[in-house]
Design a binder for this molecule. Structure first.
Ligand code: LLP
Length: 415
């Protein structure tokens, strides 16, 4: 459920018409709905009511500081994967004791920054990383709280690029290695093992893989008791899917019920790292039709947004619903919606049924609030779009549109 709706044939974000936003902010434009973000956060977080837990929004899904602030004000923590995300989170006022740091390749300076900020814990993905964190922590004369990320070898049945918990994936430690690493962690002077972690993939549309992973983690946790470690946290990662097209992922309440049931006999504090389920359907990308053209074999709708603005269709073949901002009736026809970039892979949709579109029509590309702007680039020297956050009848420019000067700002003078 989100707050992008048609009123008298015109698409609105909450109480503001998209057309009005475009008049002010131009296209391509990311539009986020604050009410939807709050609703999604609330629905997710309340699914774990009655159990000690922490909802740590996954910053990589949408790292706009206004979005982070909004979620932080609702009590959210965050899951970060880089020093840059830590910087954003702290600037957004997130409590460091609600920050968990995941990722396979943390650099030394990033570890130092996280220790300086006194984050809750690192989710460690290799033995060498554990040793590196210990070394940095001992130089700083602090204790580093860690959990080890277990790779439970569970098939999340999602796109191969976004499954992470299979043994062939680069993520985490397989059980025996994890066991050895916990033993090592116990010996390391500046490491305090406080948690156990996994994240099996993204855009999961059923609870079963989560439950399977939990079973393995629980039995491993049982074994861990032998080591006498004081494990307080179980971090289940993120991954709950959303509806882009026909998918029917479990509602967070169903997910919450199943997870709570599975963990009812433990007294661990549960950590969750949702990204997409909070932000995905809280944002759209608005684009303008530049040209339409038909060839003997195909119709093309050429728009002013491209793969650099929204990469998901090109990278994963992902489906994003596309609708005219001004509702149109009449016969549908089939077209590819493509951008101005010089690559055949530059498309927002292929073989899509659409009403007849004309030059200057505005289109809403739905479900673009997660992994949309955060994956945008300047490829083809295209300044990145603006981001706007709507709250009832108020719109704030959450990030200004880049201008040509931004393209060159960081480049040295050559002569
Ligand atoms: N925690 C960890 C350790 C992760 O790696 C991820 C996502 C999440 C949490 C959040 O997962 P979510 O709840 O959003 O599914 N660019 C891809 C998605 C990559 C996800 C990477 N990790 C896409 O556009 O579909």
């Amino acid at each position: 459920m989100n707050f992008f709706e048609y009123r008298n044939g015109e698409l609105y974000a909450e109480d503001i018409s998209i057309k009005e936003l475009v008049q002010e902010f131009d296209t391509p434009l990311y539009v986020y709905s604050a009410k939807t973000l709050r609703r999604h956060y609330e629905a997710f977080d309340s699914a774990f009511e009655g159990t000690r837990h922490m909802t740590c929004f996954s910053v990589k899904a949408n790292s706009n500081i206004c979005v982070l602030k909004l979620l932080g004000q609702m009590g959210a923590g965050v899951d970060i994967v880089s020093g840059g995300e830590l910087f954003r989170a702290l600037k957004a006022g997130i409590d460091p004791q609600k920050i968990v740091y995941s990722g396979v390749g943390k650099r030394e300076h990033e570890i130092r920054e996280a220790l300086l900020s006194n984050i809750l814990m690192f989710n460690v993905e290799s033995r060498q990383e554990l040793e590196r964190i210990n070394q940095v922590a001992s130089e700083m004369e602090v204790q580093a709280r860690i959990s080890l990320r277990i790779n439970p070898d569970v098939d999340p049945q999602t796109h191969p690029y976004i499954s992470t918990g299979l043994k062939k994936n680069k993520f985490g430690l397989e059980l025996e290695q994890a066991w050895e690493s916990y033993k090592l962690a116990r010996e390391l002077s500046n490491i305090e093992p406080v948690g156990i972690d996994c994240h099996i993939g993204s855009q999961l549309t059923s609870v079963e893989p989560f439950l399977e992973a939990l079973e393995r983690i629980k039995s491993f946790y049982g074994r861990l008791q032998e080591l006498g470690l004081d494990i307080k946290y179980l971090d289940l990662g993120g991954g709950l899917g959303i509806t882009y097209d026909q998918e029917e992922p479990p509602h967070p309440a169903e997910f919450g019920r199943a997870v709570k049931e599975s963990l009812k006999d433990t007294d661990l504090t549960l950590i969750l790292e949702p990204g997409r389920v909070i932000a995905g359907n809280a944002g759209i990308m608005v684009t303008r039709v530049l040209y339409t053209k038909g060839t003997p074999s195909k119709n093309f709708v050429i728009v002013d947004a491209a793969m650099n603005d929204l990469m998901r269709p090109s990278l994963y073949g992902s489906y994003h619903r596309i609708e005219p901002v001004q509702e149109k009736s009449g016969r549908l026809y089939t077209a590819d919606v493509v951008g101005p970039i010089c690559e055949t892979g530059d498309f927002l949709a292929q073989g899509r049924e659409l009403p007849r579109l004309e030059q200057d029509d505005l289109l809403a590309v739905h479900s673009a609030g997660a992994y949309g702007f955060t994956m945008a680039s300047q490829y083809n020297s295209r300044p990145r779009p603006a981001e706007v956050l709507v709250d009832n009848d108020q719109a704030v420019l959450a990030r200004r549109r880049e201008v040509y000067f931004d393209l060159l700002q960081l480049e040295e003078q050559c002569f």
